[in-house]
Write a protein that binds this ligand. Structure first.
Ligand SMILES: Cc1cc2nc3c(=O)[nH]c(=O)nc-3n(C[C@H](O)[C@H](O)[C@H](O)COP(=O)(O)OP(=O)(O)OC[C@H]3O[C@@H](n4cnc5c(N)ncnc54)[C@H](O)[C@@H]3O)c2cc1C
Length: 237
């Protein structure tokens, strides 16, 4: 399906500390997407009219469209933060081909921070539909103050429906999970046969570059790994 333009209503935001927040918009009539796809959002900013891409963080059956992003202080992000509830903005989508490969019965994700958005959409959709997809999520964040969707993922892990590994670069003293960056060794310790499933890597350029090294260290066949580069974030992510 090619991208079409829709008017959507801004419904509200949910902050996640450390300058990361989720923003919700009404789901327009006639709009459908596949988990993993993204859309363009157009806002009037202090620098003029600007459009930016965001992966769907919501699942298709959710009541609202959701994006999760870093509040960088850019003109676009300031306009997003300043949107009054009830404002109408333009969304164009769906776009992209990222998703669970056709016929796959398992999938793995290597991601961190705001790069979680397509994984969240795919995982939430699989859980809502009880699809039985065998999912491994390896998820890195800076510290406990903001692990986007972490509580939801822990719930799935406790229910036995998600192999969930969270690791922090700067864990606090009470942290009982993994610490440090995602490495091939960390993946091997948790996932029995990493080469036995397709993988998805998504996020800002520094995250994707780091995960490419992990993919190489794991010796994953290149055709089994899909990438979504959040182009637009700078070299520092
Ligand atoms: C397919 C796709 C999916 C995406 N999905 C998401 C998503 O789910 N969530 C998300 O947050 N983003 C996503 N993005 C990226 C998004 O479109 C934006 O590019 C990103 O959020 C950065 O926008 P910004 O307004 O914060 O930064 P911009 O103002 O566009 O700046 C870009 C970068 O340059 C840096 N920068 C800006 N000004 C300066 C300066 N003067 N000096 C030095 N550095 C500077 C900023 O820190 C920033 O990292 C996606 C992109 C693509 C292509």
């Amino acid at each position: 399906m090619s991208a079409e333009e829709f008017e959507v209503v801004y419904l509200g935001t949910r902050p996640c500390a450390e300058g990361v927040a989720s923003f919700r918009f009404s789901r327009p009539e006639g709009y459908s997407f596949t988990p993993g796809q993204f859309f363009a959002l157009t806002l009037t900013t202090n620098d003029g009219v600007e459009s930016k891409f965001f992966s769907h963080a919501d699942a298709p059956a959710d009541a609202a469209i959701e994006l999760t992003t870093r509040l960088s202080g850019s003109a676009f992000k300031s306009a997003l933060v300043d949107l009054p509830r009830g404002a109408t903005v333009t969304l164009s989508g769906p776009r992209g081909r990222l998703g669970v490969p056709e016929g796959a019965d398992s999938i793995g994700f290597l991601t961190g921070g705001v790069g979680i958005t397509p994984a969240h959409s795919i995982i939430r959709d699989a859980m809502q539909r009880s699809s039985g997809l065998d999912i491994a999520l390896i998820y890195g964040n800076r510290d406990e103050s903001c692990i986007p969707y972490g509580e939801e993922f822990r719930g799935y892990a406790e229910a036995g429906t998600l192999l969930y590994v969270e690791t922090l670069d700067h864990p606090g003293v009470d942290w009982h999970g993994e610490s440090g960056f995602i490495t091939a060794d960390l993946v091997r310790r948790h996932v029995a046969e990493p080469a036995g499933r397709p993988w998805i890597v998504a996020g800002p350029p520094p995250m994707v570059d780091a995960m490419k090294r992990v993919v190489a260290d794991l010796g994953l066949p290149s055709e089994s790994v899909s990438y979504e580069l959040f182009a637009g974030y700078g070299p520092n992510g």
